[in-house]
Design a protein around this ligand. Structure first.
Ligand code: IVH
Length: 675
């Protein structure tokens, strides 16, 4: 390019600045791109060169001045003209109503209206403009005195370096008249969720500590003496407060003015004539929360009328006329009780955390996958630790980190078991791989079948817990054996595919309903080889109590009617297997039991055989009814059969009954016996 004269350079610099500023404003404040990528950089490069040649034309509001300056020795103190306040919290609609009642009394009014906006999980800042030029940016500090972080704030592109008329029909002269002298706005510096993750990954890679939440990260970026750190992070802002009087009468006005000055304001705001409207807006935003690109931790509501707001005054460090209506926390602490492993479809042995149940993001959680051994090491998680648990909306809960300061010394390190907890087979972690595997092939399938049997119709009969879901629960590490079913919470299920809020609740309800079943069902559910539904009934009848059955010798078992040598041995051995003893113990711990009282067994000793189909119930249901009353349901007719129930299209059993002289009854008679 031909060399410009000084005059020409001055004019070009002015034009470049205006153009870059326009592109910046559209991109960073309005979220729209008006020129292809790279154009702004190239214009900025030209500007930089011209400014180097004519340094006398460099102004503090030049876009080249966003990243500049050397690292500071320390931050200067800034005294806020008016204190930077914080907000009281409300966690329920009741608390909100109580707050409204209190403030209505203070101002002697029966009705108030509000302005509601998102409460962004960021870091509060104050920006001061002198005659339209950004001169000072500061942190809240203790509310009265903060730190001068102008250099860092300048790197944030959504912060204008000078105030310019935004609306097309604004008269420039009037605009500059309005903003003459000092104008101060306040708002929030924040990072997108994406940027938060990116920076944490970067920290990890550098072996540096990660940030627990976006607020800490925003604060950590702004409170850096070297402005290059802030410049390297995509920090953003929302401005929500104008402390200078520019004629605003309501908080709604205030937002409009802030926007017209060129600041980025949130679109997610709402005027609300009452608290009901606030609640609706809160519910709406609560549902969107997960999908928003940045984190919010609630809503801020402010009495809309500025005069009223002032009249309501300040108590301590919080204004009476505003409140933060918080969402359920997405991060809580809980105790890590144990680290167990589950075995997946492919034999992958995955550790997971067993925690003291805790409410997070609105649901109760007690399990979280820990992915693999290395992850546990990297996060330095030990059994017994108090941990930070995070769950954003309906995503899978995650153990973020332990709170090491709370350690007692009794915490235990996790060791990957050498033997598969399910089948006892060898667990091997191939060199260079993150995942350990159980080498025996059928391990997963066998264990899954065990759980499916446990919840099946003749056993615990848990409605809604089919094979697919059992598989899903295994996959998520939530279930490795039958007893785990009873530790499930709604919060565990919601993140899983296909689990809308409703079905999660339904399943948990039906599990809780079945915590107590009849003794025969309980015995059958255990899945002891050679113990079908009828044998389970026989055992229950004979022993009447699980403890007695557990202790029975092979000889004692053989005495039970209908139990042969093979079954007796199998039952005896089942109750002596460590894994099974553990299952019974865990079931007890979860409050799973059987009905202790022996029902009056009106059909005690009576044997039934059903042939053909019944009208009012299935064969399985009929057999269950018989067993419930102490009777026996057999599949073949013999001399000892008491009744053959004859339904539609009876089979050969009817002829056999007639031949043997066994009493036959129809459905009506059968139902009479049952009633
Ligand atoms: S208004 C009088 N609006 O929450 C205080 N604050 O706990 C004025 N915050 O210090 C605050 N989003 O850092 C307001 N839309 C919003 C906000 C918001 C986030 C932060 C801010 C404030 C803290 C209060």
């Amino acid at each position: 390019m031909a060399k410009l004269s000084k005059e020409e350079a001055k004019e070009r610099i002015g034009k470049l600045k205006a153009e870059i500023n326009k592109i910046r404003y559209h991109y960073h404040v309005l979220d729209e791109s008006i020129v292809p990528e790279g154009v702004k950089d190239s214009l900025q490069h030209e500007l930089q060169e011209l400014e180097q040649e004519y340094p006398e034309f460099i102004t503090p509001d030049s876009p080249t001045q966003r990243v500049g300056g050397k690292p500071l020795e320390k931050f200067e103190k800034v005294t806020h003209e008016t204190p930077m306040l914080s907000l009281n919290d409300a966690f329920s609609f009741e608390e909100l109503k109580a707050w409204e009642e209190r403030i209505k009394k203070v101002v002697g009014l029966s009705k108030l209206d509000y302005y509601a906006e998102l409460k962004i999980d960021g870091f509060a800042i104050a920006l001061v403009y002198e005659n339209g030029v950004f001169v000072e940016g500061s942190t809240r500090g203790d509310g009265r005195t903060g730190e001068n972080v102008t250099q860092n704030l300048k790197t944030i592109e959504s912060i204008p370096l000078n105030l310019k008329p935004i609306e097309q029909n604004t008269k420039e002269k009037e605009f500059y008249e309005r903003i003459k002298g000092r104008v101060e706005v306040r708002g929030e510096v924040y990072l997108s969720k994406k940027e938060f993750e990116r920076i944490n990954k970067e920290q990890e890679a550098k072996g540096l500590p990660t940030y627990a939440n976006p607020r800490n990260l925003a604060a950590g970026s702004i409170r850096q003496l070297d402005p290059r750190v802030a410049a390297g992070r995509k920090l953003d802002t929302y401005i929500y407060e104008l402390t200078t009087d520019l004629g605003q009468k309501t908080h709604e006005d205030e937002h409009k003015i802030i926007k017209s000055l060129g600041f980025k304001t949130s679109k997610d705001t709402k005027y609300c004539p009452n608290l009901q409207c606030i609640q609706e807006f809160y519910d709406f935003q609560g549902k969107r929360r997960e999908k928003l690109p940045f984190q919010i931790d609630g809503m801020v509501l402010i009495v809309n009328d500025e005069d009223l707001f002032k009249r309501l005054g300040v108590v301590g460090k919080t204004p009476r006329g505003a409140i933060a209506y918080k969402f359920p926390p997405e991060e809580v602490t809980t105790k890590l009780l144990d680290i167990r492993v589950n075995v997946g479809r492919t034999g992958a042995v995955t550790p997971y955390a067993v925690m003291e149940p805790v409410k997070v993001a609105g649901s109760t959680v007690s399990r979280a996958t820990l992915h693999n051994e290395d992850e546990i090491k990297r996060k330095d998680i030990k059994i017994g630790d108090t941990v930070i648990l995070r769950k954003a909306g309906d995503v899978i809960p995650e153990v973020v980190s332990p709170i090491k300061d709370l350690r007692t010394g009794k915490e235990k390190e996790f060791k990957m078991p050498k033997e598969c907890p399910i089948c006892g087979g060898p667990v091997v972690r191939p060199k260079g791989e993150a995942v350990a595997r159980c080498l025996s092939k059928d391990c997963f399938a066998i264990e899954k079948e065990r759980v499916i049997h446990f919840v099946s119709k003749d056993a615990f009969d848990i409605i809604g817990l089919g094979e697919k879901i059992v598989e899903q629960l295994f996959g998520a590490g939530l279930v490795t054996e039958p007893a785990d079913i009873f530790a499930l919470t709604e919060g565990d299920l919601k993140p899983l595919e296909r689990f809308a809020e409703k079905s999660a609740k339904n399943l948990i309800d039906s599990i809780q309903e079945k915590k107590t079943v009849t003794l025969p069902r309980f015995i059958y559910a255990l899945g002891i080889r050679h113990v079908g539904a009828q044998t389970a009934q026989d055992l229950a009848d004979h022993f009447g109590d699980l403890n007695k059955l557990e202790k029975a010798s092979v000889e004692e078992l053989q005495e039970v009617e209908g139990i042969g040598d093979v079954a007796a041995k199998s039952i005896y051995e089942w109750f002596r297997d460590k894994k099974n003893i553990n299952l019974l113990k865990k079931l007890k711990e979860h409050g799973v039991s059987y009905e202790k009282v022996r029902k009056t067994h009106e059909l005690d000793g009576k044997t039934f055989v059903i042939t053909g189909s019944l009208e009012s119930m299935t064969r399985e249901e009929a057999e269950e009814e018989i067993r419930k009353r102490g009777g026996k349901a057999s599949s073949s007719v013999s001399k000892t059969t008491d009744y053959v129930v004859v339904g539609e299209n009876p089979g050969s059993k009817l002829q056999k009954a007639e031949k043997l002289g066994v009493k036959t009854i129809d459905e009506k008679e059968f139902k009479k016996i049952l009633s």
